[in-house]
Design a protein around this ligand. Structure first.
Ligand SMILES: [Zn+2]
Length: 159
């Protein structure tokens, strides 16, 4: 993911207009009405790149967002693009490390999304369902699920 902050700022008013034409503002949340990604996140095609709608919202109304910074909606609504509902959760490198084979932190880390009991559940599900199906359910990538199922990550949780 590239850093498009400069390009957005250079053409801010026009981009904001385009962005708002695909938003339905509710009492709390701003619902995205434009196209969505495979992960059900809003996206918008700009002349220089296709950008996730909630990330664009953050860069239009709040400020710079580094490519590795991940946003999460505090309202729990994945299609909400209200800039006030976007929170930087954790940088991607750490996220990757948490899910990676050398992860020894597990749930004691406090930042990990999954709990030990989820890991056990995922391993059970992996016997019946595809990794991508499980990934969808837990909002993770199929690779992360595969690592968990093959005991390459979260190795401190007994099978
Ligand atoms: Zn919201």
């Amino acid at each position: 993911m590239k850093d498009h902050y400069e390009e957005i700022q250079n053409n801010k008013e026009q981009i904001k207009k385009l962005f708002l034409s695909r938003v339905k503002k509710g009492f709390r949340c701003w619902m995205w009405k434009g196209s969505v990604t495979n992960e059900d996140q809003g996206q918008i095609g700009l002349s220089f790149a296709t950008i996730k709608a909630h990330r664009l919202s953050y860069m239009l109304y709040i400020g710079h967002l580094k490519p590795r910074q991940v946003l999460e909606q505090t309202c729990g609504n994945k299609l909400c693009v209200n800039p006030k509902h976007q929170k930087i959760i954790i940088n991607k490198k750490i996220l990757h490390r948490l899910a990676g084979p050398r992860d020894v932190l597990g749930q004691n880390n406090g930042r990990a999304k999954l709990r030990d009991k989820d890991i056990k559940k995922i391993r059970k599900l992996a016997a019946k369902k595809s990794y991508s199906e499980i990934a969808k359910k837990y909002d993770m990538s199929a690779t992360q699920i595969a690592k968990i199922a093959r005991m390459e990550s979260w190795t401190h949780v007994p099978d």
